[in-house]
Every structure is written in structure tokens, then in C-alpha cells.
Design a protein around this ligand. Sequence first.
Ligand SMILES: CC(C)(COP(=O)(O)OP(=O)(O)OC[C@H]1O[C@@H](n2cnc3c(N)ncnc32)[C@H](O)[C@@H]1OP(=O)(O)O)[C@@H](O)C(=O)NCCC(=O)NCCS
Length: 179
Amino acid sequence: MAAPHACLTFITDRLVLRPLVYADLDRVSELFAVPTVARELGLDARTLMAAKDRLRRCEAHWDRYGYGPSGLVERSTGVFVGLAGLVRNEERDELGIEFSITPDRRGRGYATEALRAWIAWAASRRLADHLVTTVPEHHTAMPQTLERLGFVADPDPVLDGAAERGRVRWCLDLSLVGS
Ligand SMILES: CC(C)(COP(=O)(O)OP(=O)(O)OC[C@H]1O[C@@H](n2cnc3c(N)ncnc32)[C@H](O)[C@@H]1OP(=O)(O)O)[C@@H](O)C(=O)NCCC(=O)NCCS
């Protein structure tokens, strides 16, 4: 059954951002099967299981909150080029942002373009004070992307045990967006 809120779609210069759904299983499995992507996202090696689990949680998230991770579709080709979107963490009372661009579409500014759309939306809805994300230490491209968007690395993060070991936490003050 379609999620009641599954209509939140953004159209940017080069991308369509539409809800990520279980029907994206083939595309997401392919993305998660790339070893660097699995490491970046901190995924279990059993890719298909990870993709199924992620997509089930994704649909439940859209149902519950009316927002969630989007699948990114390249407007000029219709090709699936990654995912990006907001994820609520009830335990930590935080709003996270997650994203991954398929390796063959990196270096085109797609992460920045997709994340900007979500950040502007979150700020306009006053969904939280901050957005957070954790990324692997020593990732060469991520700091530039996050800094460009206004994120700052948390110098003294409270990390979430094993799940976040070896990762750096970045925060964006949503009150500064658009100011
Ligand atoms: C890091 C990552 C986000 C980069 O994706 P991307 O789409 O290439 O990132 P950006 O949007 O920052 O664009 C990168 C480059 O494209 C360039 N670019 C090329 N054409 C462009 C255009 N038309 N517009 C804007 N930028 C363009 C930019 O100059 C930028 O290069 P620079 O950083 O050297 O200046 C991607 O590798 C990724 O998905 N990593 C994994 C993410 C992750 O770890 N997720 C886990 C936490 S949720």
C-alpha cells in the first residue's frame, strides 16, 4: 500500500527526489554492494539483507513522519543515482540526514544539490534545531561537501557505541540556514 505521505517530492536543477520505497530494492542492493559505499554507510556485509531491512524501515519512516530518505533520479536520464533524506532518531531525540551517491555519479555536485533541498525544507518546517550526520574518519570527499552545506565537525561527540566507532559526527545549525 502506498504510504500516505509518499508524495513529498523535490525537483532540483538536475535531480528528482522522491520517496525511497521497497520497489527500489534492486537499485539499492546494487548501491550497497559497492564495498566503499557499504563502509561509508556502516552497513552489514550481507548486502541484500541490509537493503531489504533499510527499505522496510524507510517506508515505515515515511508513514510515521511524512518525510524520510529519498531516491535520487537524474532528470536527464531517469537513472537512479543515490539516496538522501532526513531520518528521525527518537532515542537520541535527533534529526539526522543520510546520503550516498552512486560511485559513477560522484564529482558532479549531486550530493550538495540533493542535501540543499532537504536542508531548506527542514529549516522552513522548523523540524529541529540541528541536523546531524556521522561519516567515516579520513573520508577524503565528505568534509568538503558537508562544509559547503554549513555543517561543522563536532569536536567532542557522544558517539553511539560500536555503530559509530571510527566515525566523525557533523552538525548543522538549522537556524543559520538562509540567514
Ligand atoms: C562524498 C560524496 C557525498 C560526494 O558526492 P558528490 O555528489 O560528488 O558531492 P558534492 O555535491 O560535494 O560534489 C563534489 C564535487 O563535484 C563538483 N561538481 C562538478 N560539477 C558540479 C556542478 N554542476 N555543481 C556543483 N558541483 C559540481 C564540485 O566542485 C565538487 O568538487 P569539490 O568538493 O572538489 O569542490 C559521496 O562520495 C558519497 O555519497 N559519500 C558517502 C556518503 C556517506 O558516507 N554517507 C554516510 C553518512 S549518511
